[in-house]
Design a protein around this ligand. Structure first.
Ligand code: ZN
Ligand code: ZN
Length: 214
């Protein structure tokens, strides 16, 4: 699996390009671009590696993760995938919190496919299973691969996503984190913001996971 991380936008969102080494098929997770230059930088990497983008996947509907959906879809013709509960955020600027985040209100293309817990998004040999991990938003998902999990704004290195936003729930995020701590220790965590980690490291030092892992 090829995994390349780009940090984009004023909220330093992590956008990931995930590809299959064999088939060169790839997907983009959370293209939260605010400028064309950011989109071009990611696209340059995709071209250099001769990848073909099959899917654009949003871990959730907040604009800092979805702002570049339109330009990415235009440039790659790939469909946009998002959990069914967050899909309405793409076309509703009040719901995607553009105002709250102080981001430019953009109208985004609608979802092409709605995801549910247990769905698998596959590019070549790389299969990412959809884990519904609500709490930061109702339709938040984590994408679970063989060695890595992309956790969006559910789990960060040393912290967790905000639960004071519309559609957030502290109780729900705790249940979602409970699911994540059962993953194998060695699994690498690729969060929606900040540095990467592992499940082992988070169980050790993330204060929000302390009473969950047993
Ligand atoms: Zn968010
Ligand atoms: Zn975010």
């Amino acid at each position: 699996m090829i995994t390349k991380m780009f940090t984009v936008g004023t909220l330093f969102t992590n956008c990931y390009v995930v590809g299959c080494i064999e088939t060169k098929e790839a997907l983009i997770i959370d293209p939260g671009f605010e400028t064309d230059l950011e989109a071009e930088t990611v696209l340059k990497e995709i071209d250099q590696r001769k990848l073909r983008v099959r899917y654009i996947v949003n871990t959730h509907g907040h604009l800092d993760h979805t702002a570049g959906n339109g330009i990415m879809k235009k440039l790659t013709s790939a469909p946009i995938l998002i959990h069914e509960y967050d899909a309405p955020m793409l076309t509703d600027s009040a719901k995607n919190l553009s105002m709250l985040f102080g981001l430019r209100t953009t109208s985004l293309p609608p979802a092409d496919r709605m995801l549910q817990d247990g769905d698998v998004v596959q590019v070549g040999d790389v299969a990412l299973r959809v884990l519904h991990t609500p709490g930061h938003s109702r339709g938040g998902i984590s994408l679970l691969g063989a060695e890595a999990v992309f956790t969006g704004d559910t789990l960060f290195a040393g912290s967790i996503g905000r639960t004071d936003l519309p559609g957030s729930s502290y109780e729900e995020i705790m249940l979602s984190l409970k699911k994540l701590v059962t993953l194998p220790d060695h699994m690498r965590v690729y969060p929606g913001h900040g540095p990467t980690s592992t499940i082992r490291e988070e169980k050790r030092r993330n204060p929000f996971l302390q009473n969950l892992s047993t």
